[in-house]
Design a protein around this ligand. Structure first.
Ligand code: UDX
Length: 478
């Protein structure tokens, strides 16, 4: 008879490793949750030591919910930066370099120890889902014979644009000078010719001054590296990005469009996952309960974006002048060098400030009428899934592409990128909250939310891709 040890050896063991930032951890933990419910898999979820501490401290209920499962565990390795160093927007590149150089030995040791020397007696890792922002870990795992699947947390559209950096350079569309007309269309990104402008390209394209720009090349190479994997997972759905997904298939024939993951998780498990690295202030839900239907504009610029004191005040004046109520996420590091501006807003009657909100629940609340967002991909799909119209003020990277999708392609929001004057803020808020335009936006957004619900439900596109992913992980693990 087969011994228990031999049986354990044959079990599929999936390792999941997100890039160590809030938006990435949230999405990949949602994927891990759905996979854990699918059964047949042991899952090790790898964080950096720094984020592991934050997650267990600030999200204890989520943390213990996962830790109680016999076939799920959290692991961690150092990110190589000193403990007291901030890991915010200005340190992202430093973090990547540190992970690539200083964390690699711990990662390799973790893979080599899995199986015979595993501290919990778990079987060897048989499959690896790696965040595509860190392809070097994929290379290490594959060199040890472990098949890897890449997860990109950005939209298919943003990925498609990054992949076309070399084409834009060849066509003379990149780089462009600082005084170039930003409304000029971009023609060398297939399937986007009708709506993509210079203005909508990821921020690194505006910043580049020469074709050999290192950051441009880095983003293009990181995006292309997913072709070396066994497949590509995206937090999107056919109902959101079908025309682009049909294009990306040419490069990534094995793509799993399993999103929006928070909706998929909800559909499969009837609960939600929120892996916050900051303490969630749930009292805002009580405050929302006391507000009339669709009377509150929810404002959040995600986990990394920063505003100058001047920008913050322009928003403040625009909000106050609109006469609406606001629930505004003001992280401790949101306003670069400016507590005075924040203190001024704290005394406003109709504005409720919060350091970190339970965003998914806020967006689902009946009192929320629109979402003023930086267009991070998670925030975008979370809003789309609840049918809440958006006012987009993207700050950087992929967000500039996402806001164009929202405003021009899906037509579920308004894109105010590049400008935040108080008059415009007021006009945008009014348009999203009152009058004919608001009714139209709400109508289209509600239809999109229904499509998303179908997609993640039994037999829907995202659900079928998810089921295919589970089957493929199991067969790669044989
Ligand atoms: C960044 C990129 O902009 C994004 O496009 C990429 O996919 C991941 O990295 P971030 O800027 O943090 O992410 O934005 P976003 O993708 O929107 O993620 C923020 C997450 O934090 C969301 O899941 C949101 O629900 C959560 N959040 C935000 C909270 O839980 N509470 C808050 O108060 C604010």
């Amino acid at each position: 008879m087969e011994s228990a040890k031999e049986k354990l050896k044959q079990e599929a063991h999936l390792l999941i490793f997100p890039f160590p930032l809030q938006g990435h951890i949230n999405t990949m933990l949602r994927l891990a949750d759905a996979l854990s419910f699918a059964g047949g898999l042991r899952i090790s979820f790898l964080n950096t030591d720094h984020n592991h501490r934050l997650l267990s401290f600030f999200s204890p209920s989520q943390y213990s919910r996962f830790s109680l499962r016999s076939k799920f565990r959290f692991l961690s390795i150092p990110d190589g930066l000193p403990d007291d160093k901030p890991r915010s927007v200005n340190q992202v590149i430093e973090l990547v370099i540190s992970l690539r150089t200083r964390s690699m030995d711990s990662f390799r040791e973790l893979l080599l120890a899995s199986g015979e020397r595993d501290p919990d007696g778990w079987p060897p890792v048989t499959c690896f889902i790696v965040d595509g922002a860190m392809p070097f870990f994929m290379d290490t795992a594959q060199a040890l014979g472990i098949p890897a699947i890449v997860f990109r947390t950005i939209s298919a559209s943003s990925l498609w644009v990054y992949l076309h950096i070399p084409h834009m350079i060849e066509a003379g569309e990149l780089p462009f000078s600082g005084d170039a007309d930003l409304d000029e269309p971009i023609k060398s990104v297939p399937a986007m010719e009708s709506f993509l402008r210079r203005r909508d390209l990821p921020s690194i394209c505006r910043q580049a001054t020469k074709a050999e720009d290192e950051v441009l090349q880095l983003f293009a190479n990181i995006s292309a590296s997913a072709t070396r994997s066994k497949g590509l997972i995206l937090n999107t759905s056919n109902c959101l990005e079908a025309p682009i997904l049909s294009q990306t298939h040419s490069l990534f024939p094995i793509t799993y469009a399993v999103g929006p993951l928070h909706s998929l998780v909800e559909s499969i498990t009837s609960s939600s996952v929120s892996a916050s690295l900051l303490a969630e202030d749930r009292s805002v839900l009580i405050w929302l309960d006391a507000q009339p239907d669709r009377s509150v504009a929810y404002v959040s610029f995600g986990s990394l974006a920063q505003l100058t004191g001047e920008e913050f005040l322009e928003f403040r004046h625009g909000f106050v002048n609109s006469g609406h109520r606001f629930l505004w996420v003001v992280r401790p590091d949101l306003v670069a060098g400016g507590t005075a501006a924040v203190e001024m807003v704290e005394s406003e009657e109709r504005v409720r400030l919060v350091a970190w909100a339970p965003q998914e629940e806020v967006l689902r609340h009946r009192a929320v009428g629109c979402f003023i967002t930086h267009s991070g991909w998670n925030s975008t799909v979370e809003s789309a899934a609840t049918g809440v119209p958006m006012v987009c003020w993207p700050r950087a990277w992929d967000q500039l592409v996402n806001s164009r999708l929202v405003g021009e392609v899906w037509k579920v929001g308004l894109d105010m990128k590049d400008v935040c004057r108080r008059e415009l803020v007021e006009r945008m808020v009014r348009a999203a909250m009152e009058g004919e335009k608001a009714v139209e936006l709400r109508h289209v957004a509600a239809e999109m939310a229904v499509e998303i619900g179908r997609s993640v439900g039994e037999g829907g596109d995202s659900r079928l891709d998810f089921e295919r992913l589970v089957r493929d992980i199991l067969s790669l693990s044989l």
